[in-house]
Design a protein around this ligand. Structure first.
Ligand code: BGC
Length: 286
């Protein structure tokens, strides 16, 4: 199925070809789960904005290499780092590798996440724990490493007003309950409160912590929701803006949250969802 803008002959919503405004020049970023979907788009968008990027992946190294190639075509220094984000030792090793290669870290996007769906009555402990390990514990581990590096280094004025920026990848399901996806929605609700509590704790250190809550974005995770005409039409009933999101929509939001343009923004969740959280069922009722 073609992208919405191709089907409808609309301007391409992707970021313009590089070089663009390189407002993140000199900054070093880590993006987890960067060899697929939203993570890939965020890594490329940060690279286009001038950041050097560590592309984290856990499987499919060849795809991570392709993303790295695309990011380096934007003039960025790029490394790849294999790490299962649910494992403390692997997360620590990934941060150590990045600091060794780049000298420091300024921007961390804990993005890696999975869906392991099923009816609640049949949800096994394994389904719960595996998902929580990646989606919640993984973000906790990355945030903690990031905060420790940011605190130790502090603000470097010619790089950024802030000592560091964290952008957690949440979901509209941090506020929209989701039957059949209880583990996933619980992890995203957890990310929301974790993000705000960390933000409150580290703000005096000039560390900014925010989240992006994507709605339906065209990625492999929700292929079923957009790959047929029927599914796409059903999905559009949930999206007042009447188009699916493209991964680049999230990339642009991440660049803004990572840049000094958002310097007074911390502890907030930016919903990038075409209005999915606006209770579309109430368009005509109520
Ligand atoms: C989920 C997608 C879903 C979207 C909107 C995301 O967090 O990963 O599968 O399409 O929320 O429901």
């Amino acid at each position: 199925m073609k992208a919405f803008y191709e089907e409808n002959n609309l301007p391409h919503p992707h970021l313009p070809a590089c070089p663009v405004n390189r407002q993140l020049k000199g900054q070093k970023a880590i993006v987890t789960g960067a060899n697929s979907g939203i993570g890939e788009a965020v890594a490329i968008a940060l690279a286009k904005a001038g950041a050097d990027v560590c592309i984290n992946y856990v499987t499919r190294p060849e795809v991570a290499d392709e993303v790295a190639q695309k990011a380096s075509e934007c003039g960025a220094k790029v490394i790849t780092a294999q790490a299962d984000v649910s494992r403390e030792d692997e997360v620590k090793a990934m941060f150590e590798k990045t600091v060794k290669e780049f000298g420091t870290v300024d921007i961390v996007v804990p993005n890696a996440g999975v869906q392991i769906d099923g009816p609640f009555s049949e949800m096994t402990v394994e389904m719960w724990d595996k998902l929580m390990g990646i989606n919640l514990r993984g973000q906790f581990l990355c945030c903690r490493e990031a905060v420790n590096i940011f605190k130790k280094r502090g603000v470097v004025p010619n790089v950024s007003c802030a000592a560091g920026k964290i952008i957690c990848m949440s979901s509209v399901h941090d506020v929209i309950p989701w039957a059949g996806h209880v583990n996933y929605a619980s992890s995203k609700g957890g990310i929301s409160m974790m993000m705000k509590s960390i933000a409150q704790e580290v703000a005096p250190h000039r560390i900014r912590v925010n989240a992006i809550a994507p709605g339906a974005i065209r990625t492999p995770i929700n292929h079923e929701a957009w790959s047929t005409r029927e599914a796409y039409d059903a999905l559009m009933k949930l999206v007042p803006y009447k188009r699916i999101g493209e991964p680049e929509d999230i990339g642009r939001a991440a660049v803004w949250l990572a840049s000094d343009d958002s310097d007074y923004v911390t502890g907030t969740t930016l919903y990038v969802d075409g209005g999915m959280t606006l209770y579309p069922g109430f368009e005509t009722g109520g």
